[in-house]
Design a protein around this ligand. Structure first.
Ligand SMILES: Cc1cc2nc3c(=O)[nH]c(=O)nc-3n(C[C@H](O)[C@H](O)[C@H](O)COP(=O)(O)OP(=O)(O)OC[C@H]3O[C@@H](n4cnc5c(N)ncnc54)[C@H](O)[C@@H]3O)c2cc1C
Length: 195
């Protein structure tokens, strides 16, 4: 049986989806549920093409307030043998079915880049709100990075037998890759101490 556990799930996911016995302290649960998981609302989409027709128009980036596409980039490979456009859709479009969202993305790209945008090889997308190992939709509204790095996440749980170390627990760069590395380093330091 494990003597100590390091949990690296986002705090909100842990608090909302895992039942611990005995239960986590009420204040801890409240703060964890109140913690934004960075990028949990984002939607990423990408389209592969036979030819990079956008390069002929000297376009490498699309930034627009008109949805669903809000931020798209040239995503061709370094060898210039595979071609794609990839980026972010507005989170509000998460409510549509995939086919409907796809149709709107393509219609917008055709409007912006011309008919060739409709001749894609493949369309891929990830709606992060639906990724059950990353986020949970509780219906609550969170500010970006809300509660990230809250001091409570450094507290010892179950006499130091449970450490919480996801990026959102980090006091520096909470929610980012750097935060994840920082939280992991802190947990590693703590686990080295006899428990
Ligand atoms: C779309 C998007 C874009 C991003 N862009 C950037 C960026 O440009 N720069 C940047 O610094 N950061 C970015 N981030 C944030 C970055 O991905 C995170 O900071 C980082 O992945 C957090 O690492 P982590 O180890 O804390 O958590 P995660 O990488 O989320 O790891 C948590 C792990 O827990 C697992 N898990 C969840 N539930 C369970 C369970 N019940 N049982 C077992 N395992 C479970 C998950 O599968 C996952 O592997 C982005 C995030 C997203 C979603």
């Amino acid at each position: 049986m494990a003597k100590r556990v390091i949990c690296c799930m986002p705090p909100a996911l842990l608090a909302n989806t895992i039942d611990l016995f005995p239960e986590l302290p009420k204040t801890y649960l409240k703060e964890a549920k109140n913690t934004h998981t960075w990028m949990q609302d984002s939607i990423k989409a990408g389209l592969a093409y036979e030819i990079p027709f956008w390069k002929d128009q000297n376009i490498s980036t699309i930034i627009t307030n008109e949805g669903p596409v809000i931020e798209f980039y040239d995503h061709s490979n370094a060898d210039n043998t595979k071609f794609a456009l990839c980026g972010f859709l507005h989170p509000a479009f998460a409510n549509l079915k995939k086919e409907e969202r796809k149709e709107r993305v393509i219609a917008q790209l055709v409007r912006l880049l011309g008919e060739q945008a409709g001749k894609y090889l493949s369309y891929e997308e990830v709606v992060w709100k639906d990724e059950i190992l990353t986020s949970i939709d509780t219906g609550d509204y969170f500010l970006p990075h809300q509660n990230n790095g809250n001091k409570i996440f450094q507290e010892s749980l179950y006499d130091g037998r449970l450490l919480i170390a996801g990026s959102e627990t980090s006091a520096v760069y909470g929610g980012y890759m750097e935060g994840a590395v920082n939280a992991a380093n802190l947990a590693a330091e703590k686990i080295k101490k006899p428990g």
